[in-house]
Design a protein around this ligand. Structure first.
Ligand code: BES
Ligand code: ZN
Length: 655
């Protein structure tokens, strides 16, 4: 029909700042899409641009805006509504569009208001089901069209956890939350579910009146639901273009407290005051980050404390970081997670990995910034302590995954791997190790921060690959090419195992942990009486965590030592989830049967995967606990988070 597509008035993305600091020879070559084919050189794929985790063709189309209209049905455990995508053609002659979906029921599709034909393809094991919409017209490069899809989610949507009232702290109202990273958005919204595409969004969400809705956006008022008096509609607007994995939704009986000039903390009322206290450093962290890396562009920075089944420590949803309640230690000792999620406001949310193979760009830089915030708020010793413990967790990950495992590459190949299965500490800590190595080679933290600031300014509002990052590095340090050329880039990026360079950190804050560890590993039975609660008196929570982490890198302690440790330190009585987690692992490895019910309890009362998966694995490897562990999992499974349930099932060899 060749009907010209309507050009929608769109909020214009902010222009990329052009202030390049001390950069002298920055080359800009990220404009446009270079069409590459799936060639392979020396066994390595050349096409680092294409997103193998998505069915959409991001070189043909991009999404400029998403308008969501949703009704939340707690009885049916479904979202029902419409997603209107403003798409733009990136080349001439396109007549159909393929979107990502997973377990969605597609009711109707229109393009520019006219009913359009659509078809669902075959379901892929982890990519979901492609949805192809045919246009009754040909799209020309630069032309926009509005594609509206009416749909329903499935009760099994992998992005959503539906909690019954009994599963909440208040026990009166149901609760719903989403977790889209990495590729779960497609089970909530039909979309180009790839981080290479960024769009603004707005949303209208209808829920029962007594509930509150929040999204990863600024709040934009409330309306009555004219179809249903018992409901109301919450409106949202995200004016900064974001990738689909940052779309987020929560519905529950939520309250909030102001914790800073641009920050509130939200949760069920049972935890809201404790959360306000735990996270009172938020504004200081935001200011510290802004001083380091540039203005915070997202408006509000709120925190949401989720129910205990939330699968991550934190999730950097724009305007509203999601966090696990296991951060509520009472002493702010786990607040580095907040520094981490704040840092994502630049690394990840402004400059985004183009595909999940470049995930280290998000996480490695974020860990680097997180630790710089620690350095500014406290001192370099703290940064060295955290970097050192990060290195230890990299060594542990290498042991768990095996040093030749291709998933231990900084830039892994993911065309046949679900990003959830690839997740580990490697992109975080190998990424940090590379950045710290560069910092040391290139003149120290202040100089390296100069580069990071320019890196953010250069690529803000876009999605990039490791090659583009490297180009920016070479360009910023164009007078240090010889230094940079000495780096074995291929080993860092494309080889498995521990990095080609071992960092040396100052251990002044770790020394106490190291000597206490040694005392325990070397003590003979007759020397056990030398231990007492005094040993821990001068240790911070982080140092207790480190002490246990160091013991976990050693062969298991004999059972009588673990029993003695309980007698003198009473770790069983400790609330701090990071301490408790490592303590229970230590006990299970020493085959202490008394720890079995405690570990089964910990995997049941909370669902943070960092704790739940290793504990389930250790329980499984403890012959005496195995059957009970499988029974516990099977019993809990229906009420677990879908992502956690799927991964634990694999860990327990049940699928
Ligand atoms: N973005 C991640 C969480 C994530 C990663 C969710 C990949 C889904 C897929 C978040 O920023 C994160 O890294 N959280 C860590 C915090 C820690 C490194 C301080 C966590 O959850 O433990
Ligand atoms: Zn992160």
């Amino acid at each position: 029909m060749g009907m010209p597509a309507r050009r929608e008035a769109q909020p214009t993305p902010r222009a990329t700042p052009s202030h390049f600091g001390r950069s002298r020879c920055l080359m800009g070559s990220r404009e446009g899409f270079s069409i590459q084919t799936d060639a392979s050189v020396g066994g390595r794929r050349m096409d680092e641009q294409r997103d193998g985790s998505s069915c959409t063709e991001a070189r043909d189309y991009t999404t400029r805006h998403l308008a969501l209209t949703l009704r939340v049905d707690f009885q049916a455990r479904r979202l029902q509504g419409r997603a209107a995508l403003t798409i733009e053609a990136l080349r001439d002659g396109l007549t159909s569009l393929t979107l990502d979906t997973r377990d969605l029921k597609i009711i109707k599709a229109t393009s520019n208001g006219l009913e359009a034909e659509f078809s669902l393809g075959d379901e892929h094991s982890f990519k979901g089901t492609p949805l192809t919409i045919s246009f009754p017209f040909e799209m020309l490069r630069g032309q926009q069209a509005v594609v509206e899809i009416s749909y329903e989610t499935s009760p099994e949507a992998s992005a959503l956890q539906w909690l019954t009232a009994e599963q909440t702290a208040g026990r009166k109202h149901p609760y719903l939350f989403s977790q889209c990273q990495a590729i779960h958005c497609r089970s909530m919204v039909p979309c180009q579910d790839t981080p290479s595409v960024k769009s603004t969004y707005n949303a209208r969400v209808s829920v029962p009146k007594e509930l509150v809705v929040l999204m990863s956006a600024n709040r934009d008022g409330e309306l009555p639901d004219n179809h249903d008096e018992s409901r109301k509609i919450y409106c949202f607007r995200q004016t900064v273009p974001i990738p689909s994995y940052l779309i987020a939704l929560v519905v529950g009986c939520l309250e909030s407290r102001v914790i800073g000039p641009r920050s509130r903390v939200w949760s069920e009322k049972e935890m809201v005051d404790a959360a306000a206290r735990e996270f009172e450093e938020t504004e200081t962290m935001l200011k510290t980050a802004e001083n380091l890396i540039g203005a915070y562009v997202w408006g509000q920075y709120d925190l949401l404390v989720l129910p205990p089944s939330f699968p991550y420590g934190g999730m950097e949803n724009p305007c509203l970081t999601f966090v696990t309640p296991t951060l509520l230690a009472g002493d702010k000792s786990l607040s580095n997670v907040i520094a981490h999620e704040i840092s994502h406001s630049w690394t990840g949310n402004l400059v985004t990995n183009k595909t999940w193979e470049h995930f280290w760009l998000n996480e490695g830089h974020t860990v680097y910034l997180e630790r710089m915030i620690g350095r500014c708020m406290f001192d370099e010793e703290l940064r060295q302590f955290e970097a050192n413990s990060g290195w230890k967790s990299l060594l542990e990950a290498m042991e768990t995954l095996g040093p030749t495992n291709p998933l231990t590459n900084l830039v892994p190949e993911l065309s046949d791997t679900d990003p959830d299965d690839a997740f580990s500490s490697v992109p975080y800590e190998k990424g940090f190790a590379l950045l710290y190595h560069l910092e040391q080679l290139l003149g120290g933290p202040e100089i390296f921060m100069g580069f990071l600031k320019v890196y953010i300014q250069t690529y803000a509002y876009s999605s990039i690959t490791t090659e583009e990052w490297k180009k920016c590095l070479y360009s910023y340090f164009c007078n240090e090419t010889e230094v940079l050329d000495q780096i074995d880039w291929n080993a860092w990026f494309h080889s498995p195992g521990i990095p080609p360079f071992t960092p040396h950190y100052n251990t002044s804050l770790t020394d106490g942990c190291i000597s206490l560890r040694k005392k325990w590993t070397t003590a003979s039975d007759s020397e056990l009486s030398c231990f007492s609660e005094e040993d821990l008196k001068n240790m911070s929570s982080q140092q207790k965590i480190e002490f246990l982490a160091l013991l976990l890198l050693e062969p298991p302690l004999r059972l009588n030592k673990v029993e003695k440790m309980q007698e003198v330190y009473n770790f069983n009585g400790i609330k701090n989830a990071e301490i408790k987690f490592r303590w229970l692992r230590l006990c299970l490895r020493s085959r202490w049967e008394k720890a079995i019910p405690l570990a089964l309890q910990m995997v049941t009362v909370q669902g943070r995967m960092k704790f739940t998966r290793p504990l389930y694995r250790d329980l499984y490897n403890f012959e005496k606990a195995r059957q009970q562990t499988i029974d516990t999992f099977m019993k809990n499974k229906p009420s677990m988070h879908p992502i956690t349930a799927a991964l634990v099932a694999k860990d327990l060899h049940l699928v």
